[in-house]
Ligand binder design. Structure first.
Ligand SMILES: NC(=O)c1ccc[n+]([C@@H]2O[C@H](COP(=O)([O-])OP(=O)(O)OC[C@H]3O[C@@H](n4cnc5c(N)ncnc54)[C@H](O)[C@@H]3O)[C@@H](O)[C@H]2O)c1
Length: 262
């Protein structure tokens, strides 16, 4: 998939990944594959993903095609013994996710990594450290906000707020709290227009914590992702990087350490 994300991944592999060669760009749309391959200096292009995955000159794969393709293409990578960075979500159906995990376990090695980048964000890492170091006491609640200016595609649905956007939050909460979910409820306020309304989820963990996740794909004002963790002895919130756009570069204007309230 050489769309928005695929083009970005291709550029990173070509320019920033030591030891990697961008061997081929595959997209069902040949022109897209060609234009990203030319822009990033890839050696070849392809339009058939399964054929591309089994090629001898391909060691590892990035899947950046639409959500419904992720599980079958991850399966093809496992079958071919190729490591794969797959964009989230692994699937829109939990049964398909489990099938991929079972195939990986059967293959006896870790082949699939998903594009969950919050785990590599210093704010969330420091939030986890604050909990693990005992500064907050036992975790009670976590509040998560995920807002976009508008839905990424015209055919984006309320269900996709859960299957496409929320997986980032499902993942980072499991990472920070180190626990599993026991139950989930979802609610939607009504909008005055036909746009996808926010989805608010309340999750209960097996350890008795409450987590709320707000997904607002039509927040209008900006891209706004943050979280707060409340423990029995204090709270910690992410303090995201604020950037000001200059003519030539993005300048970091605040530090992005977690913000403490203990
Ligand atoms: N990690 C993140 O934060 C993040 C952000 C945005 C999107 N994503 C994920 O990345 C994926 C791609 O999103 P996008 O915004 O780049 O979409 P996009 O529509 O811009 O690009 C998708 C590309 O895949 C191609 N394609 C479709 N079916 C294909 C197939 N079977 N084989 C090969 N190519 C195929 C299309 O021609 C298109 O070029 C989605 O699954 C999305 O959930 C992740």
């Amino acid at each position: 998939g050489a769309g928005l994300m695929g083009a970005d991944h291709a550029k990173i592999v070509a320019e920033e990944l030591p030891g990697a060669t961008l061997q081929l760009v595959c997209d069902m749309d040949e022109q897209r594959a060609r234009s990203v391959a030319d822009a990033c200096g890839a050696i070849d292009i392809a339009t058939d993903p399964k054929g591309a995955i089994t090629r001898q000159d391909v060691d590892a794969v990035i899947i950046a095609s639409p959500d419904f393709t992720h599980a079958p293409l991850s399966m093809a990578c496992i079958a071919a013994g190729k490591r794969v960075l797959c964009e989230k979500p692994l699937s829109q159906a939990s049964a398909d996710c489990i099938a991929v995990m079972e195939a990986e376990q059967k293959a006896g090695a870790k082949f699939v990594q998903l594009g969950f980048m919050r785990r590599y964000d210093r704010s969330y890492q420091e939030m986890k450290q604050a909990l693990d170091n005992g500064h907050l006491g036992r975790a009670l609640m976590m509040h998560n906000f995920h807002r976009n200016v508008e839905t990424p595609a015209a055919d984006f649905t309320g269900a996709m707020a859960i299957t496409n956007s929320a997986p980032h939050e499902f993942d980072v909460v499991r990472y920070v709290l180190g626990t599993e979910y026991a139950a989930i409820s979802a609610f939607q306020p009504s909008r005055s227009d036909a746009r996808v309304a926010p989805v608010v989820m309340v999750l209960e963990t097996v350890d008795g914590q409450l987590v709320n996740i707000e997904i607002n794909n039509n927040a209008a004002y900006g891209y706004d992702v943050r979280a707060e963790l409340i423990g029995e002895n204090g709270a910690v919130a992410t303090n995201n990087v604020a950037y000001t756009r200059t003519e030539s570069a993005l300048t970091q204007s605040t530090n992005y350490d977690a913000d403490w309230r203990t």
